[in-house]
Design a protein around this ligand. Structure first.
Ligand code: GLN
Length: 485
């Protein structure tokens, strides 16, 4: 048995049965990180000593008979989650030395169960990007082909799972940042409904779109991890006070009679042939399992990317104002006065993509343009939301590709922001609508790169997409293949 290959579920069984200790599991992961990480660069910070101390504490807890589903499990977090006492950079030079005084609620909940933190994962700077190339800490590489991007912005989170450097990880998704890297790295990733998981202590990019979610080896682990982090948090006023269902318990109900919508706007001519083939095969699998397919339309899909880049950049320009070298962030040396200090701190601290978005967002919010851009975008957002409400009158879940192509090469799109933005064409509408969706492995390209399938659920319909995903996973072998790294 290879410890680093185990799922949360299997490792938990082994811990309970005392076949393995958390210290052994954590040490095995740390050794693998030492050996493999130079090829992948999925971590910004590795924390071996605190990890081993947390593992020893978990072992004491297990010995005393208290082993919850995530007790002693070695996890890692995107570097956007505040972690008390552990450097948190958000992939930016401007937060290079930032050590938070408190932790995000999502992580606190896992700490409460006795999870182990292996370290903080690489990401696009301030979660802006689809390839991990905008990180100030170097690109992360795709474990299936290290010449390729892992996706973004939670690229480190997906790559670490695919390379078996953490049993599971957390990411965030504002326009696709959990699902697109999960698709490119062959893991399972779920963006919960807006309000399902607390955003408290998660560095804000676009607050009306950001959500926290799990990246895991399989659907069962995804259900376990989502159940552990979901729920109301008085510290986040947008978190919803609704009971958290038993996601794990609901997995087995199958898809017989489930109505699955196929939006015609997502199955366009010119979709990458490998992606198209994987979707066709997935539809056939679901038909065999007894699901029913219904054609639906999401007529405003074409406007989603433009709408997103107005709403997200506007919110980002406001959220990122706090990094000014005074309240937060790197401060330039030798400035000639206050304004010069602000300008130089921000010029030195932020990367190109972040600067581009701050400028776009500031422009969209400026007087004279506000109604033409920001208000208009909010109205289109409402239309996109209504598209989903209407479609869900006839179907239980919606099936689409996650990304238009498999992972592309490092460097291929970095100088063409529009091409990069189009990577999220199938994931962005879900964030604008505020509902939930997940990516699960559904095949491989001719080059051997993973291809993900997206299942979109009704608001707070995480149970349905997890159930549909589990049925698919039980009927296929895609999730079993491992990147040969
Ligand atoms: N790739 C999209 C962007 O660049 C989405 C990022 C995200 O979900 N954080 O904004």
């Amino acid at each position: 048995m290879n410890i680093s290959d185990l799922t949360i579920y299997d490792l938990h069984e082994a811990l309970i049965a005392k076949r393995i200790s958390s210290v052994e599991a954590t040490s095995a992961m740390l050794e693998r990180i030492d050996a493999v990480e130079p090829q992948i660069n999925s971590f910004i910070t590795v924390t071996p000593e605190p990890a081993l101390a947390a593992a020893a504490a978990a072992d004491r807890r297990i010995a005393a008979g208290d082993c919850q589903p995530l007790t002693g499990i070695p996890l890692a977090l995107k570097d956007i989650f505040l972690t008390e006492g552990v450097r948190t950079t958000c992939g930016s030079r401007i937060l290079n030395n930032f050590v938070p005084p408190y932790s995000s609620t999502a992580w606190e909940k896992l700490v409460g169960q006795g999870s182990v933190l292996l370290g903080k994962l690489n990401q696009d700077e301030f979660a802006m990007g689809s390839s991990n190339e905008s990180s100030a800490y170097g690109s992360t590489r795709n474990p299936w082909d290290t010449a390729c991007i892992p996706g973004g912005s939670s690229g480190g989170s997906a790559a670490a799972v695919a390379a078996r450097l953490a049993t599971a990880t957390l990411g965030t998704d504002t326009g696709g940042s959990i699902r697109q890297p999960a698709s490119h790295c062959g893991c399972v990733g779920l963006k919960p409904t807006y309000g399902r998981v607390s955003r408290y202590g998660v560095i804000a990019y676009a607050s009306s779109l950001d959500q926290v979610g799990p990246l895991t080896r399989d659907v069962r682990d995804c259900a376990i991890l989502l159940g552990a982090i979901a729920g109301h948090d008085p510290l986040d006023s947008t978190s919803v006070d609704a009971p958290v269902p038993d996601y794990l318990g609901g997995l087995n109900s199958g898809v017989k009679g489930l109505r699955i919508g196929l939006p015609k706007e997502y199955f366009i001519d010119g979709l990458d042939p490998d992606v198209q083939r994987a979707m066709d095969a997935a539809i056939a699998t679901y038909q065999r399992l007894g699901a029913e397919f219904v054609n639906v339309s999401l007529p405003h899909s074409d406007y989603a990317v433009a709408t997103y880049y107005l709403v997200a950049t506007a919110e980002a320009s406001s959220n990122l104002a706090r990094y000014d070298g005074v309240r937060f962030g790197h401060r330039a040396e030798g400035a000639a006065g206050m304004l010069d200090m602000y300008t130089r701190s921000r010029s030195e601290g932020f990367g190109e993509e972040v600067k581009r978005r701050i400028m776009l967002g500031t422009y969209a919010l400026s007087s004279g343009y506000y109604d033409a851009y920001y208000v208009k975008a909010q109205k289109v957002r409402t239309l996109i939301m209504r598209d989903f409400t209407t479609a869900f009158e006839n179907v239980d879940v919606i099936l689409t590709p996650v990304a238009p192509t498999p992972a592309f090469k490092i460097g291929e799109k970095i100088n063409d922001p529009l091409q990069m933005y189009l990577s999220d064409i199938f994931t962005i509408p879900v964030n604008l609508a505020g509902t939930c969706a997940m990516s699960l492995p559904a095949g491989f390209s001719e080059e051997g790169l993973p291809i993900g399938l997206q299942l979109i659920g009704k608001p707070f319909g995480e149970e349905s997409i997890l159930r549909a995903a589990y049925a698919f996973e039980q009927a296929t072998e895609w999730h079993v293949r491992k990147a040969l790294i």
